[in-house]
Write a protein that binds this ligand. Structure first.
Ligand SMILES: CC(C)(COP(=O)(O)OP(=O)(O)OC[C@H]1O[C@@H](n2cnc3c(N)ncnc32)[C@H](O)[C@@H]1OP(=O)(O)O)[C@@H](O)C(=O)NCCC(=O)NCCS
Length: 115
């Protein structure tokens, strides 16, 4: 049964500016180590950070849990590259369907929560 949906869009330049200004402090506040490693493995990491940022926002909207924080969610990719997420909260038992896209300027993500 579908419990909620969420969508988010972000300017990649906003994430780039935060990374350039705050560096690892910004990254460590928002992202888990697997997410940072994934983005850093790409020549231009900012679109991957932005996609994950948008994914976390979309998941927050879809779950409707105001206590959820950035690092309660880890977005990884399966063997085909498809994004999947882990929620680090014992109370969550459902499944989240996630999709991410990025163009030159924007990253978008959508999330569907199924329980
Ligand atoms: C995988 C694919 C969909 C990615 O699309 P793209 O336009 O190159 O790139 P986008 O910016 O829109 O999307 C990138 C994101 O797609 C997601 N993605 C990658 N592989 C995926 C897959 N197999 N399934 C779902 N999502 C995938 C990832 O989250 C990626 O972002 P990330 O690397 O930061 O995690 C594309 O490369 C592809 O293979 N298209 C197939 C085209 C086709 O056969 N079309 C026929 C449709 S009927």
């Amino acid at each position: 049964m579908i419990k909620g949906t969420g969508v988010d869009i972000i300017e990649i330049s906003r994430i780039k500016k935060s990374v350039e200004t705050w560096g690892d402090h910004f990254l460590a506040r928002i992202f888990n180590p697997e997410e940072i490693a994934y983005a850093k493995a790409h020549t231009v990491p900012f679109q991957h950070y932005a996609g994950r940022f948008a994914a976390k926002e979309a998941i927050y909207k879809a779950l409707g849990d105001k206590t959820l924080s950035w690092k309660d969610v880890t977005v990884i990719n399966d063997k085909d590259g498809k994004p999947v997420c882990k929620i680090h909260k014992k109370a969550f038992k459902g499944k989240i369907h996630l999709s991410i896209s990025h163009s030159k300027y924007y990253a978008v993500a959508s999330a569907i929560v199924e329980e």
